[in-house]
Design a protein around this ligand. Structure first.
Ligand SMILES: Nc1ncnc2c1ncn2[C@@H]1O[C@H](COP(=O)(O)OP(=O)(O)OP(=O)(O)O)[C@@H](O)[C@H]1O
Ligand SMILES: O=C(O)C1=C[C@@H](O)[C@@H](O)[C@H](O)C1
Ligand SMILES: [Mg+2]
Length: 206
């Protein structure tokens, strides 16, 4: 099955509703989100980028440095509120957007999809690029992989329930099992995007 076929099949049933991708840092929200939006003919927005633009600060790390996490979260909520009024968007949300219930009120205007990626895969991806751009991981001491695993496991424990609020769940472990792969690292963003559409379809049919 191709991504384009699946998108064309599902798109009319979305009725223009936005798709909000949620998941941990490094779960592929931006990468998969871009592919999904192009397949559906939707526009793509990354809420972290919109917060940077709204605050006039060049990076999320700098916003945390200058103004603190609370300021970032308030701006993130305002960005989600504005996006919730729009249609035909795929939105890659910040990894922590799920922790505020008001954000769910906005995301529920569309369809939320959780990219559920095993911790080791997240840590490998993040360690490959370093933690500098991810302020919640950067404070720890140690090498990038070790500090990422340590901090991510705490965050995942705190947030799992919140991510599970999403309308649809895309589990990389389930896709790998279905396709007979041993390692989730063999799954391409396009394959993950197709699974996202399958899970959205199954939510719409409920
Ligand atoms: N399916 C994949 N296979 C291999 N690498 C991937 C895959 N998806 C994403 N990546 C890589 O993992 C890293 C994190 O991906 P991405 O930036 O899309 O995640 P994110 O969920 O948007 O993270 P953040 O919450 O920090 O913005 C990137 O370097 C990206 O190239
Ligand atoms: O998981 C988180 O809390 C975050 C994830 C990033 O997308 C950014 O929104 C920021 O670094 C915080
Ligand atoms: Mg991102």
């Amino acid at each position: 099955m191709t991504l384009k076929n699946k998108s064309e099949e599902i798109e009319p049933y979305l009725n223009g509703r936005c798709i909000f991708l949620v998941g941990m840092m490094g779960s592929g929200k931006t990468t998969v989100g871009r592919i999904l939006s192009s397949a559906l003919g939707y526009s793509f927005f990354d809420s972290d980028t919109l917060v940077e633009q709204a605050t006039g600060v060049t990076s999320v790390a700098e916003i945390f440095n200058l103004h603190g996490e609370g300021f970032f979260r308030d701006n993130e909520t305002e960005v989600l509120r504005k996006l919730s009024l729009m249609h035909r968007l795929v939105v890659s949300t910040g990894g922590g957007a799920v922790i505020r219930s008001i954000n769910w009120k906005y995301m529920q205007k569309g369809i939320s999809v959780w990219l559920d990626v095993p911790l080791e895969a997240l840590a490998r991806r993040i360690a490959a690029v370093g933690t500098k751009s991810r302020p919640l991981l950067h404070q720890e001491s140690g090498d990038a992989y070790t500090k990422t695993v340590r901090r991510l496991s705490t965050l995942l424990e705190e947030r799992s329930e919140a991510y599970a609020n999403a309308n649809a769940r895309v589990s990389l472990e389930n896709i790998a099992a279905k396709l007979g792969y041993r390692d989730v690292c063999n799954l391409t963003p396009a394959v993950i995007a197709i699974e996202a559409l399958i899970q959205i379809e199954s939510f719409l049919k409920k």
